[in-house]
Design a protein around this ligand. Structure first.
Ligand code: GLA
Length: 374
């Protein structure tokens, strides 16, 4: 692209991926989540180009594209829609955005359940906010990034990923109530253990797959239970008793989905207590329980993730493991004793390769800060 030859960035933005300790598929059910940003990130270098409407975006590794601010439309290339969706949402709020050039670089593995999509959306939103001095609040940037994902990408996602990408604080996880958007930072100290991510390298496109179906199944459950509980609006307010009372009126699948969400919300609150009490054994057990639900009740796991979680169960140096993120692959999160990390990665990689003929990718992450100007 022509602009690359003479590009001088005015601004560099760092936009991180995230892990979620626990609370999967609870965000769009107005429940609790416990995510944090990680060190892996997408970097945006930005500059105004003096034009009124012409925008050029180049991503190292993915090539580039140009668009006109007056003619923004959904693209056939998926990653363009993260950018276009955000610009479209910002344009609804302000007319202060003008032409800009942007170079994007990422060390966040794409489609690995670490929310590269939210990092892309939030980095773009944060960058334009700074570059054009839009003065939009962080929570506005979070919400418009989520709307961009709904309207331009087509995934009816909850708010967790965008919230974690923007709002995270180093050394903490965020306990977020997705109903009220109230949040608390929970400091975590898991020494002498480490958070080790294993990337299955299996990924599924959530937009065209089961994600939206799960959301609909939860909504179906709510509408059935609403017959007996007219004030009910989301699974957040459903108790086990309410679910049991309506069990005969719903399919086993819908029952299982609702049952998982009720349990998962409880697990989030238990995990917070476990972190506060430094009860790492309980942290690990909750991870295993959550994975069981993800796999058996919510059915968003896959043979590769199940294999890796099972693989850890006989290793006394590992406290717990589960698949993190939207599902159907991506990464498993493992709590591993620092002295056992190397051997665990070697053995897991060997076993995984023998079983699936896929080279595992393993890396350590730490709770990190949210989107920022570098
Ligand atoms: C994806 C979505 C999130 C959340 C998770 C599952 O990452 O973007 O909103 O629903 O899946 O917890």
């Amino acid at each position: 692209m022509q602009f690359l030859d003479s590009f001088k960035p005015e601004l560099t933005i760092s936009s991180p991926g995230r892990i979620n300790f626990i609370g999967e598929h609870t965000d769009y059910n107005m429940g609790y989540v416990l995510p944090t940003a990680i060190g892996n990130k997408i970097t945006f270098k930005l500059a105004k180009n003096g034009s009124l409407n012409k925008c050029n975006v180049y991503s190292i590794g993915l090539a580039g594209f140009s668009f006109d601010l007056n003619a923004i439309a959904i693209s056939d290339t998926e990653w363009h829609n993260y950018i276009l969706g955000v610009v479209n949402e910002i344009s609804k709020l302000t007319s202060k955005v003008g032409g800009f050039d942007c170079i994007i670089e990422s060390d966040l593995p794409l489609g690995s359940g670490l929310s590269s999509s939210a990092a892309m959306e939030c980095g773009m939103a944060f960058g334009l906010n700074e570059l054009f001095d839009l003065r939009l609040s962080k929570i506005t940037l979070v919400a418009l990034s989520q709307r961009a994902e709904h309207s331009y990408v087509g995934t009816q996602c909850g708010i967790m990923d965008q919230f974690a990408s923007v709002m995270s604080k180093k050394g903490n996880v965020i306990l977020l109530d997705c109903q009220s958007l109230e949040y608390q930072y929970i400091p975590i100290d898991i020494r002498p253990y480490k958070i080790i991510m294993l990337n299955t390298k299996v990924s599924h496109n959530l937009a065209s797959s089961e994600y939206n179906t799960r959301k609909q199944e939860c909504e179906e459950g709510v509408s059935i239970m609403k017959r007996r509980n007219p004030k009910l609006n989301s699974l957040r307010d459903v108790t086990e008793e309410m679910l049991e009372a309506s069990k005969d009126e719903m399919s086993q699948t819908v029952y299982n989905r609702c049952s998982f969400v009720i349990d998962e919300n409880k697990r989030v609150l238990k995990m917070v207590q476990a972190f506060k009490q430094h009860n790492l054994e309980s942290v690990g057990n909750l991870l295993y329980d959550a994975h069981q639900g993800i796999s058996q009740l919510y059915e968003v796991s896959c043979p590769e993730s199940d294999f890796l979680v099972d693989f850890t169960k006989t290793n006394p140096s590992i406290l717990g493991a589960r698949q993190t993120g939207g599902g159907f692959g991506g990464c498993t999160l493992n709590i591993v004793h620092e002295n056992a990390v190397k051997e665990f990665i070697t053995k897991a990689s060997k076993a995984y390769f023998e079983k699936f003929n896929i080279q595992l990718e393993a890396f350590e992450v730490e709770p990190s800060g949210g989107t920022s100007v570098q």
